[in-house]
Every structure is written in C-alpha cells, then in structure tokens.
Design a protein around this ligand. Structure first.
Ligand SMILES: [Zn+2]
Length: 59
C-alpha cells in the first residue's frame, strides 16, 4: 500500500491500521496507478474521518 507518514495532515493524529482515511489531492495528469501513488506521496493530504466531516475531537 502507500508509504506515507503515518499521521494525519490536519490533526497530526497517528493513523491506525485499517482506519478509514480520506486523501485530499489534485488528480494528476496520470496514465496509471503507479504515478497516482507517487503523486499521493508527494502531494496528498491524509485526513481522518472526523476532520473530513468537520468534527474535531480534542482527545
Ligand atoms: Zn483529524
């Protein structure tokens, strides 16, 4: 799967295994998934479900 820093871009929480995540990115001019993967690593922002839905829990 993706090798990205295992924290969320928004809240900085650790990403747990099998957690549902959202990736915010601009879709690249890409011809294949390999390029898409590289693009996510460079440009993608990983957002947890709470942040995505606008709910901020302060743990
Ligand atoms: Zn979050």
């Amino acid at each position: 799967m993706f090798k990205i820093e295992p924290t969320y871009s928004f809240c900085g929480k650790n990403i747990e295994a099998y957690e549902e995540v959202y990736v915010k990115m601009c879709y690249p001019k890409s011809r294949g998934f390999t390029e898409l993967k590289a693009f996510i690593q460079n440009e993608g922002k990983i957002i947890c479900k709470d942040c995505f839905e606008g709910r901020q829990n302060n743990n």
